[in-house]
Ligand binder design. Structure first.
Ligand code: IPE
Ligand code: IPE
Ligand code: MG
Length: 252
């Protein structure tokens, strides 16, 4: 583990990392346990990932914790996930404060149960002085929701005469997304061997690097995170340019 960590160049860290935490249910079922056992066991992976990113100096970490589609799961499972959020904010408060973390959320949090909203508000308030990493929980979030909301906002502003229709451009739309205050994610990790975005950062992932881990989320630990960073740093991010152009820019 030490070796992998030493391979990471601290000057070339992704500023914003997104994680699609997946595989809790299959991990539990593989051991003959109920799916919610997987969700409870996942807290350990959350802690390792949050600590690992904060220690390295990542600026923003977004954890995709509940999608707008996840409401379609059995009521008992949804209830357990909502309660787990309440419990985890309490149990991880010291860890967040010790690491200088500032908690934030994106998504339609008004649609969450009251106890969950209260716990989130408490967590955000308690960690508001954090001067380290911003931990963003994506809750009742989806990329389509985010884009539709931004489009609606623009339409309302144009309709009210506060904005010209011709002024609607990429920057104007970006500025109305829930992530407007954060840089776009440079690295998106998905666990459990699935290779899809499942309605996560549709707009924001335009130039993200994807890292897919076969590990089920409850077993994801710091070495798995470090492996993702090492892989990320070995990639050539061309942003539409040629490899030669990039080499010229670094060795003029
Ligand atoms: C991720 O694990 C947790 C959430 C989506 C809330 P899953 O619950 O999706 O686990 P699998 O994919 O069914 O194994
Ligand atoms: C994506 O996982 C959502 C979160 C991690 C919150 P899912 O398990 O819900 O995604 P699908 O249904 O397999 O695409
Ligand atoms: Mg899943």
């Amino acid at each position: 583990m030490q070796e992998l960590k030493q391979q990471i160049d601290k000057d070339r860290l992704p500023h914003h990392v997104g994680v699609i935490m997946d595989g809790n249910g299959r991990w539990a079922q593989g051991q003959g346990k109920p799916r919610v056992f997987g969700h409870h066991s996942a807290v350990e992976a959350v802690r390792a990932t949050v600590e690992g990113c904060a220690e390295l100096g990542v600026g923003y970490l977004t954890l995709y914790a509940f999608s707008t589609e996840n409401w379609d799961r059995p009521e008992m499972e949804v209830g357990a996930l909502m309660q787990l959020l309440v419990d985890t904010i309490g149990s991880e408060m010291k860890m967040m404060l010790d690491n200088g973390i500032r908690l934030a959320t994106i998504g339609d949090t008004a649609g969450l149960p009251e106890a969950t909203r209260d716990a989130l508000a408490f967590g955000i308030e308690q960690t508001s002085q954090g001067d380290g990493m911003t931990l963003i929980l994506a809750l009742n979030y989806s990329g389509k929701w985010d884009l539709a909301r931004a489009a609606r906002q623009l339409a309302l502003e144009v309709g009210a005469g506060r904005m010209q229709a011709e002024a609607v451009d990429e920057a104007a739309l970006s500025a109305r997304l829930s992530t407007h205050a954060y840089p776009d994610p440079e690295l998106i990790i998905r666990t459990s061997g699935e290779h899809r975005l499942s309605n996560f950062f549709l707009w924001q992932a335009a130039y993200a690097e994807f890292y897919f881990s076969p590990v089920f989320w409850p077993e994801f630990r710091k070495p798995d995170l470090y492996a993702a960073f090492v892989d990320f740093q070995q990639r050539e991010r061309r942003f539409g340019k040629t490899s030669e152009q990039l080499k010229q820019a670094t060795n003029p």
